[in-house]
Design a protein around this ligand. Structure first.
Ligand code: FES
Length: 125
């Protein structure tokens, strides 16, 4: 079996929603101390819905594919649903990741949660 699924390769080679949102409503940055990879998520939120999301990831192929897939999964979703996104769901949507690469998908979950925390902090609740 190939190391990466076709979906991982597709999202790695053609990542969706790469970039920065100026004046984002929430920004989350997380990193993995072991591998040194860093992921930053930007959210635009209107009416409790994620109307736009972009990311910058300085990391491995799995981290880039995970961020790309995660942005697709939460775009257009209500905040409450985006909050529930798990790294497992991201990995499943990518048709799986090798076991030793699962931590890369954890970064995507954490980055989204950090961005939502930032949003709530800015809003003051
Ligand atoms: Fe660090 Fe993938 S090896 S996020």
């Amino acid at each position: 079996m190939a190391l990466y699924s076709e979906k991982v390769m597709d999202h790695f080679l053609n990542p969706r929603n790469v970039g920065v949102i100026e004046n984002a409503d929430g920004v989350g940055e997380v990193g993995n101390a072991k591998c040194g990879d860093i992921m930053k998520m930007y959210l635009k939120i209107d009416d409790d819905t994620i109307s736009d999301v972009k990311f910058e990831t300085f990391g491995c192929a799995s981290a880039i594919a995970s961020s790309s897939m995660a942005t697709e999964l939460i775009k257009g979703q209500k905040i409450q649903d985006a909050m529930k996104l798990t790294n497992k769901a991201v990995a499943e949507a990518l048709d799986g990741l090798p076991d030793y690469k699962m931590h890369c998908s954890v970064l995507a979950e954490e980055a989204i949660k950090a961005a939502l925390d930032d949003y709530y902090e800015k809003k003051g609740n």
